[in-house]
Design a binder for this molecule. Structure first.
Ligand code: SF4
Length: 330
């Protein structure tokens, strides 16, 4: 770990966003997936997993009436499941758009342009589509969806059609060389992104990578800092895998320049069947998230991600150096 790097990154974050951390809620609406990524237990070949698809009306009730007050945006996540897109996500997004001012983030995998457009028309603001690695051969070797080129083209399509886009990658994936990380950071810096994440690798149960060592937390946090310095205006999350590999990893992410936290709202009854990493995953509930933000000397942003990005001037999108615009702090 490089303390000076983290200090510089924190200062760069503070210059653009102050000490404000965006807080979103995530609902994991379906664990069906047509893809077969070697690093993920939701891969289609994992027959040991009980799959579920939640109901749009129950999710709407949960989000509208029972979300923690700090949440300004909602992240609707699923395996790559076109049925869930059609039957759960589209009606849910329309309902939330009608009945709330929440920003709407979607993380649903690689879909068709028609599906992206439908979701955008329904009211989606921010689409998360991770590249996982920026090296094309490495991408193939981990069984990630399609090809790296296709993934990058999807990012460009989304950005050109009005979405704000976030991507992400994993440190410590089997087969990753140090040069792959540099290559990934370089590629990400050239894409039309509003945000990006980095997670330490955690081997999923019932995957071909089971038993592989975890990604290095210090290298992961250095990547947070490097991304912040290269792209000061990005929205960069602290992620739950950081807590999994290191007790204080989540708090340290804020100290390295992160500015987004996510509270998990997925109903308890199905949470174990959405096995990010493993079934007894660390769940970032409201208390854990809010106390981590406080421990890092930060505070909860009163402005949501979607509102913040909507109100940025075009020049701030490429070289943000100002505090939150007044129009979005009121
Ligand atoms: S990473 Fe996403 S696309 Fe790949 S298997 Fe898991 S849920 Fe499916």
């Amino acid at each position: 770990m490089t303390p000076i790097l983290h200090e510089q990154a924190r200062a760069a974050r503070d210059e653009v966003f102050g000490r404000n951390v965006f807080v979103r809620g995530v609902v994991e609406v379906s664990s069906f997936c047509r893809q077969n990524c070697h690093y993920c237990a939701m891969r289609r070949d994992n027959r040991l997993l009980d799959r579920y698809r939640l109901k749009a009306d129950e999710l709407a009730d949960l989000i509208i009436h029972r979300r923690p007050a700090a949440i300004t945006d909602i992240d609707i996540q699923a395996g790559e499941d076109p049925v869930a897109v059609r039957e759960v996500v589209l009606p849910l997004v329309r309902e939330l758009r009608k009945r709330t001012n929440l920003g709407i983030t979607l993380c649903l995998g690689t879909l068709s342009p028609f599906e992206y457009d439908q979701l955008r028309e329904a009211g989606g603001d921010y689409y998360v589509i991770k590249i996982e690695t920026g090296n094309a051969e490495h991408f193939q070797s981990i069984g990630a969806p399609g090809t790296l080129d296709k993934r990058v083209n999807a990012i460009r399509y989304l950005a050109n059609s009005g979405w704000k886009v976030s991507s992400g990658f994993i440190v410590g994936l089997p087969g990753q060389r140090p040069s792959h990380i540099d290559q990934t950071l370089e590629l990400l810096s050239q894409l039309p992104l509003a945000g990006c994440s980095v997670s330490p690798f955690v081997a999923g149960v019932d995957t071909p990578f089971v038993g592989a060592p975890c990604g290095d937390i210090n290298r992961t946090l250095d990547c947070v800092a490097e991304m912040r310095l290269a792209s000061p205006q990005w929205i960069i999350p602290a992620v739950s895998a950081m807590s999994l590999v290191s007790n204080d990893g989540y708090v340290r992410a804020f100290n390295a320049g992160a500015n987004l936290a996510t509270i998990n709202l997925t109903p308890d009854a199905v949470r174990a069947d959405y096995p990010i990493y493993k079934r007894d995953r660390i769940v970032m509930d409201e208390d854990r998230v809010l106390s981590s933000i406080e421990a890092a000397g930060c505070e909860v942003s009163r402005v949501g991600i979607a509102d913040y990005l909507k109100n940025l001037l075009p020049t701030q999108r490429v070289a943000a150096s100002a505090p939150l615009p007044e129009s979005v702090t009121n």
